[in-house]
Design a protein around this ligand. Structure first.
Ligand SMILES: *Cc1c(COP(=O)(O)O)cnc(C)c1O
Length: 225
C-alpha cells in the first residue's frame, strides 16, 4: 500500500471510531508521526493532504523542518521526551509540544519560546498515568505544579494532557485513557485542558472512544520503523 492509501485507511478508522462513539470525526486531529522515516515519505503524506507531523527527537525535527521548509502549511508537533537543553529547537520549529513533564522544562520552553516565536507555543502535559518507572511524564500529583508553571509563561498556551500507554495491551490502554480523562476533570475540565492527546496505531479506536482529540499515528501511515 502507498502512504496515501495507508493515510486514507487511518482516516476511515478515525471516522468509524468517532461515529461509534457518537462524536464528530472533525474533533479528532491526526498527527502523522514521521520519526525514523525519510523526508520523502513526509512529502508523500503531504501530497495526500496531511499537514500535521510529529517528531520525537529534537535534532531530527530540526533537520526535517529545514529540509521541508518549502511546504506551506506543514505543522510540526514534538511528541518525544524533551531534554531542557533541546527546548530551543522545539520552541523554534514546533507549533505544539505534547511532552511537557516538569516545571523546569515548562520554564525553559517558555523562555525559549519568548525568544524564538511570535505566536505562543502550544503545550500539553505528558502524564505517566500508570506510574511506570522507566517512562517519561509527570506523575499525576505533579500536574498542578506543571500547569501553574505553564500558565505563568505568556509565550506558552496550555492545551491539554497527553499519555502513552504500555505497548501491546489494549485493556491497559483503555484504563489509562480513562484515568487521563479523570485527571483532566480533576484539573479544570475541558475549559482548562481542551485537548487529550492519546491513541497510536494500535489503539486509536479505544482512545477515540475515551475522548481523544488528537491521535499520534506512525506505523499505520509510514510502515515499520
Ligand atoms: C512513535 C510514537 C507514536 C507513534 O506510534 P505508532 O505506534 O507507530 O503509531 C506516537 N506517540 C509517541 C509519543 C511516539 O513516540
Amino acid at each position: 500500500m502507498s502512504i496515501a492509501e495507508r493515510l486514507a485507511t487511518v482516516h476511515a478508522r478515525i471516522e468509524r471510531a468517532a461515529v461509534a462513539a457518537r462524536r464528530d470525526p472533525a474533533g479528532v486531529e491526526l498527527v502523522a508521526v514521521s520519526k525514523a522515516h525519510p523526508v520523502e515519505s513526509i512529502r508523500q503524506a503531504y501530497a495526500a493532504g496531511q499537514r500535521a507531523f510529529g517528531e520525537s527527537y529534537a535534532q531530527e525535527l530540526e533537520a526535517k523542518a529545514q529540509a521541508l521548509a518549502d511546504l506551506p502549511g506543514l505543522v510540526w508537533h514534538f511528541v518525544g521526551h524533551l531534554q531542557t537543553n533541546k527546548a530551543k529547537i522545539a520552541a523554534k520549529y514546533a507549533r505544539v509540544v505534547h511532552s511537557v513533564d516538569s516545571a523546569a522544562l515548562a520554564r525553559d520552553l517558555g523562555k525559549r519560546a519568548a525568544q524564538q516565536r511570535v505566536e505562543p507555543l502550544h503545550v500539553l502535559i505528558e502524564v505517566n498515568v500508570g506510574g511506570e518507572p522507566q517512562k517519561a511524564g509527570a506523575a499525576p500529583s505533579e500536574i498542578d505544579e506543571v500547569m501553574r508553571t505553564v500558565l505563568a509563561q505568556p509565550s506558552l498556551a496550555l492545551r491539554g494532557l497527553m499519555t502513552l500507554p504500555p505497548a501491546g495491551d489494549p485493556s491497559a490502554a483503555a484504563r489509562i485513557f480513562a484515568t487521563l480523562v479523570s485527571l483532566r476533570n480533576l484539573h479544570g475540565g475541558v475549559g482548562a485542558l481542551p485537548e487529550l492527546s492519546m491513541g497510536m496505531s494500535e489503539d486509536l479506536e479505544v482512545a477515540i472512544a475515551c475522548g481523544s482529540t488528537c491521535v499520534r499515528i506512525g506505523t499505520a501511515i509510514f510502515g515499520d520503523r
